[in-house]
Design a protein around this ligand. Structure first.
Ligand code: 8YV
Length: 343
């Protein structure tokens, strides 16, 4: 997914001298899992209020109360809109998102209010691309269905005709969004001897296209030719419902859709309809339109593999994401620039 760097805004003033800081220690609210090694990297003059969102979610009201008066916040996908920022008060200078996608944060409002927003690009690209391949293989080879079959005690006779899936080698992967994750996916797909076509607002450089052995096509053409269509775009007004009843109808009946981007890139009801009517063969979904809710009927379909937004979910990657988010906050609170700002 892309990190759209925006021109630097004028941010809220910082306590620049030691004298300023002596009467006002910066305070940080971390609303995320926080490993000890990362916590120890926070300078002791920053007071830390920690709530592990992976143990229990706060309501937006409680989150707002904890945020009030803080100078920085680390969030893990929590929606932070203009009202929340305003309610936090004028002390708030930095919002560090633990994730490359930052559609949960109103970046325009933050910029207007002089608040720095940061994300965690790059470090999760490999793990997320792995997840794309995992879902592609699982959907093609019907892994989840076969697993359920064995657990149900149905594996009792001849196995030759069981769970025939789709061949990968020599088939075409269509990647929508050729940012860092899309590129990592293309490299993996070449390793599986797949042909790579892609769509991106702008084609990548000829040199990169050549090294990835990837060909740019118009969006509708990617839908038409892909045997495996993988979504790697950020969510914004231009990408919402890229997959809808019309574009699903362009897909081959034996094609599979994989979503490792954001749920709302897909019209989930239209997808349920296509999977139910078998107008496409299968889907692998790591993200959903209204997480953690699923569209009615989705769980009843045999031809979809579902995972709960775990694209970047490895210990190494998630730890690195937290470390980067915390480094970004600390940098801003110490009067320096964040290493991965988005505004
Ligand atoms: C995060 C993600 O787990 O990076 C992203 O954009 O979707 C995931 O890696 C998610 O942001 C929740 O924090």
């Amino acid at each position: 997914m892309h990190c759209l760097n925006r021109p630097n805004q004028s941010y809220r003033p910082l306590p620049t001298s030691k004298k300023d800081q002596s009467h006002m220690h910066p305070s940080l609210f971390v609303y995320s899992w926080l490993p000890q090694t990362v916590r120890e990297a926070i300078p002791t003059d920053i007071s830390v209020d920690h709530h592990d969102s992976s143990v229990a979610a706060l309501t937006p009201e409680d989150f707002g109360r904890r945020l009030a008066g803080k100078h920085g916040v680390v969030v893990n996908g929590m929606a932070v809109g203009r009202q929340m920022m305003q309610a936090a008060g004028p002390s708030l200078r930095v919002i560090a998102n633990v994730g490359v996608g930052y559609d949960n944060i109103d970046v325009d409002a933050a910029s207007e209010l002089g608040i720095v927003v940061t994300n965690t690009p790059d470090i999760l690209s490999e793990a997320t691309a792995d997840m794309g391949i995992a879902l592609l293989l699982a959907s093609a080879r019907r892994i989840a269905e076969a697993d359920r079959f064995i657990r149900a005690g149905l594996y009792t006779k001849d196995k030759f005709r069981l769970f025939w899936g789709a061949e990968i080698s020599g088939r075409t992967i269509g990647i929508i969004g050729m940012g860092r994750i899309g590129q990592a996916l293309a490299r993996r797909a070449r390793g599986f001897n797949m042909k790579v076509v892609y769509n991106n607002r702008k084609p990548v450089t000829p040199g990169l296209e050549q090294s990835l052995e990837a060909k740019w096509l118009a969006l509708d053409d990617v839908f038409r030719v892909a045997d495996f269509l993988v979504l790697c775009v950020p969510l914004n007004a231009g990408t919402r419902h890229t997959v809808n009843a019309r574009t699903l109808a362009l897909m081959k009946p034996d094609a599979h859709l994989i979503n490792i981007a954001r749920g709302p890139v897909v019209d989930e009801l239209a997808l349920v309809d296509a999977l139910r009517k078998n107008t496409i063969a299968g889907a692998g979904l790591d993200v959903f339109e209204q997480e953690p809710k699923l569209a009615p009927g989705l769980v009843d379909l045999p031809n979809v593999v579902l995972t709960p937004h775990i694209g970047s979910g490895t210990l190494q990657t998630r730890t690195a994401m937290l470390a980067l988010a915390v480094r970004n906050v600390v940098s801003v609170l110490e009067g320096n620039t964040a290493s991965t700002p988005v505004n």
